[in-house]
Design a protein around this ligand. Structure first.
Ligand code: SF4
Length: 278
């Protein structure tokens, strides 16, 4: 059930984990991928979810006036002289290409607003959804002002089925990453958080399909030294599948090293610095 709402704002000042960005942009509230997937998603513990009255993943609100609000905000930034230095992360608390986007096309319209606005600064589109392929032409119109950060947490399909079963298959996501890169777009594989994987094989698959990568972990990436991941039950979940060692602080290092060897150390980031280097 998608509820269509009129939002009051669309560009929201950001900081913290995304310190090098000026604003976040979420055209949706809630995220359908959260149903039977993404057990580590920190939005589950945020006020937007706590006060929703429904389980995470079972409600989505679409800000149907998002493109109009964006036009307004971009014009305001132009008047203030901040237009060229805008650095926008879409999205921080939802996936801009979740199922509802196929019909509503809010993200597509947002890309078109950015393209028509001129030299606005920089936009990162963060998603795990192959639906982004629909908008390759719109992304291409933004040229070097856009990068796609594409989530893929493991190369092992059985791990995906165990831990994030509602997420698109590994094969499908690798194909999307490849298509985006072949279309000339700046791409980043967001291995965030890294789940049990085969370091050398995974690094090889990523290096052939993305121009850079970021590795994050359930300890470093939750902004609380692993406390939030623990509150979400991730240690117990991993343990239940026999992956307890993957909660150890250095479990990600073989993958990080394998990626740096193949892509180059300057194009493989770790945790917060990885997202902020884009
Ligand atoms: S796709 Fe992102 S926002 Fe949506 S449930 Fe998964 S981690 Fe959370």
């Amino acid at each position: 059930m998608i509820e269509e709402i009129q939002a009051k704002s669309i560009l929201n000042p950001t900081g913290g984990f995304l310190a090098s960005y000026t604003h976040s942009l979420n055209a949706y509230q809630g995220c359908a991928f959260g149903k039977n997937s993404c057990p580590y998603c920190y939005v589950r513990a945020m006020p937007v979810q706590r006060f929703s009255g429904k389980p995470w993943g079972e409600w989505v609100k679409a800000k149907i006036n998002a493109p109009e609000l964006l036009k307004r905000d971009l014009e305001a930034a132009r008047r203030k002289g901040t237009f060229g230095s805008l650095r926008i992360f879409m999205s921080t608390a939802t996936d801009p290409y979740q199922g509802a986007e196929a019909r509503l096309k809010l993200t597509r319209e947002i890309l078109e607003v950015f393209a028509e606005s001129g030299d606005f600064g920089f936009l990162v589109v963060q998603t795990r959804s192959p639906l982004i392929e629909r908008d390759i032409a719109a992304l291409q119109r933004l040229g070097s002002r856009v990068a796609v950060s594409f989530t893929i947490e493991t190369n092992r399909e059985e791990v995906r089925r165990q831990i994030t079963p509602a997420s698109p298959s590994i094969e499908r996501r690798l194909a999307t990453l490849e298509r985006l890169t072949r279309a000339g777009l700046r791409t980043q594989a967001a291995i965030s958080p890294v789940l049990p994987c085969d370091a050398e094989i995974f690094a090889e698959l990523i290096a052939a399909r993305a121009s850079r990568a970021i590795v994050d972990t359930l300890i470093d990436g939750d902004g609380a030294g692993g406390r939030r991941s623990a509150e979400l039950g991730m240690p117990q979940l991993l343990k239940s599948f026999g992956y307890a060692d993957w909660m150890l602080p250095d479990a990600h290092l073989p993958l990080l090293e394998a990626l740096r060897e193949r892509i180059g150390a300057d194009r493989v980031g770790f945790s917060q610095e990885g997202f902020n280097l884009l």
